[in-house]
Design a protein around this ligand. Structure first.
Ligand code: 13P
Ligand code: SF4
Length: 344
């Protein structure tokens, strides 16, 4: 288990993403009894904690066994031998873990685990659209409920959406629910001379849609060398100005590999916190926008769900949804990492 000193070293450089920022040694010492209790329960229940890059740093550095983007965490949920998965993130990510590991107990500690994208489309919408677009391949972003995935053909994440849509053997694609990501795919394929007829749904992420190209111009005026990192949920005019476009873990890896020393991040502030901790000698200009859904997670909620999970916190899916959503998500792995055998 992590010590007060180790936790303090990790949390000290962070200036965003938690009600506790900035962290003192005393704060870290106060967190330790909760962390200790969570670690004991993890051992007792053969549980692991998968935490998305956007959740509070005291979860990421205090108790998480794995942190990452939605693709990386789904892959770990699919492969892990643990009997219980606690998933501090948002509901659709916990549901995806259950889809991929139906025999594990998946626990969602989040009291408000929505997502403006996942909440903006339901199974009825997809049934109606499938009638309207009968010859289209339906591609859903992972930010959808399991019920919606069950009605689609292939799932994608921000780390593989361009590659998978390009590879699909149908020129007619319906992409849902993120209209900005959909337009970014259209622009990307057009820039490569790939012709596909892509229809898109009308959803947006309420965090990423707020970023403007003017903000990038303003920051570049002050520092022409700044590296601009953008999530593909942003507006195409923002994406067009980026030096790098990718998933949250993609951005992290980009910083790791970059020789640059100043980065402007157009994504939720949790990622800026991780980067401040991992690369204390580099400078990060974060847009300090928080996802209220991701930030509804807390150490206390993780402890409570491990101690005494309530029925609504235990992910349950009907066998029909389970089977069809699994087909959709497994197709993503086939496209993203061809030949990767499904573990027994
Ligand atoms: P990533 O898969 O890039 O981590 O994105 C998840 C998300 O919800 C972004 O808003
Ligand atoms: Fe959903 Fe946006 Fe929050 Fe990501 S940042 S979980 S897309 S609302």
């Amino acid at each position: 288990m992590i010590t007060v000193e180790q936790l303090y070293e990790k949390l000290r450089p962070i200036r965003v993403g938690s009600p506790l920022c900035e962290f003192t040694r005393e704060h870290c010492a106060q967190l330790l009894p909760t962390i200790q209790r969570i670690e004991d329960l993890k051992k007792e229940k053969n549980a692991i904690i998968l935490a998305h890059n956007y959740v509070a740093p005291e979860i990421l550095y205090g108790v998480a066994d794995h942190t990452g983007d939605s693709y990386g965490l789904a892959k770990i949920a699919r492969q892990s031998p643990a009997e219980v998965i606690v998933f501090p993130a948002v509901r659709f990510m916990a549901e995806t873990a259950k889809v991929l590991s139906p025999h594990k107990t998946v626990l969602d500690p989040n009291p408000n685990g929505g997502c403006s994208l996942a909440d903006g489309i339901n199974a009825g919408d997809v049934r109606r659209l499938r009638q309207e677009y009968p010859s289209h391949t339906f591609v859903c972003y992972i930010n959808t409920t399991a019920e919606v995935k069950a009605l689609c053909d292939v799932c994608v994440t921000s780390s593989n959406v361009y590659k998978i849509i390009e590879a699909i053997d149908n020129d007619n694609i319906y992409f849902l629910p993120d209209k900005l990501m959909g337009q970014n795919v259209i622009d990307h394929l057009a820039s490569k001379g790939v012709k596909k007829n892509i229809a898109v749904y009308d959803g947006t992420c309420y965090v990423h849609e707020e970023y403007t190209p003017e903000a990038i111009d303003f920051v570049r005026l002050g520092d022409p060398q700044v590296n601009v990192l953008v999530h593909p949920e942003c507006h195409p005019r923002v994406v067009q100005r980026a030096d790098y476009v990718g998933s949250t873990s993609g951005m992290l890896n980009h910083v790791r590999e970059s020789s640059g020393d100043t980065f402007f991040l157009l994504t939720e502030c949790g990622l800026t916190g991780i980067l401040q901790s991992e690369f204390p000698d580099k400078r990060f200009i974060g847009s300090c926008t928080m996802c209220k859904y991701m930030k509804a997670n807390s150490l206390e909620a993780v402890l409570a769900v491990l101690e005494n999970p309530q029925p609504h916190q235990i992910i349950e899916l009907s066998s029909e949804v389970q089977k069809n959503a699994l087909r959709c998500v497994e197709r993503m792995f086939e496209y993203a990492e061809p030949g990767q055998a499904r573990p027994a």
